[in-house]
Design a protein around this ligand. Sequence first.
Ligand code: NAP
Length: 248
Amino acid sequence: MIDLSSKTALVTGSGRGIGKEIAVKLAKAGADVAISDIDLETAKVTAAEIASSTGRKTIAVAADVSKGEEVERMFKEVFGAFEKLDILINNAGITRDGLIMRMKEEDWDLVLNINLKSAFLCCREAVRPMMKARSGKIINIASVVGLMGNAGQANYSASKAGMIGLTKTLAREFASRSINVNAIAPGFIKTAMTDKLTDAEKEKLASGIPMAKLGLPEDVANAALFLASPLSDYITGQVITVDGGLVM
Ligand code: NAP
């Protein structure tokens, strides 16, 4: 069994969806967790729910993680409550899909800023204290489309490919300080993000997946729990796909 007691974690975009499920898993394993979301009320409700179901300390922090000053304030709040940070999960992400000829510049910028720049900003805040502690786990939630591309998602797939490059670079920069930096590339997972698809689109997607079904947030959270734990101490700079065999 994975034991994360005495560990602290920050999960961005964890008010709902995959981030929430990751926060639940970490807390169930014994970690205290900061629930960060762009919407404070959502973060508060999730933090209270996790605290009451697991008995762990949780805090709710509101931040738009694409903005440097909000990320700085978020880290101050986290260090004020927890004094240290062992695990950072960069999970916040959005889509603004469209074929490139019709893609607006603002939709490119928004997706790159929320999905990729946010990870840079959060990693920059987290690594200094992790370096001092000579330990840390950073997990970036990328996507299979960052590995294989996807028509209609130039902005999103570029942001996720960028996250993978960021992961490998930081893994090299901090390996000697015992900070592990890895990415998870989920395939198609049942959340609000994929609820936007029609049933016909979901069926078409599933038919292209060797396991012939969409995944669950819990499937991604299980991989995050492993990467956040000492079981992954000799693993860094890797991308773990959680996709029912879509990319192999
Ligand atoms: P989701 O249900 O839409 O949740 C995304 C979360 O991020 C929400 O809580 C949202 O807050 C928050 N968020 C959005 N913009 C933010 C910002 N600027 N600052 C802080 N938080 C922000 O999405 P999900 O499906 O759980 O996706 C989670 C991650 O997995 C994303 O990075 C996504 O790209 C990745 N992923 C998902 C899938 C999939 O199939 N679902 C596949 C591959 C990768 P509000 O709800 O309050 O706006």
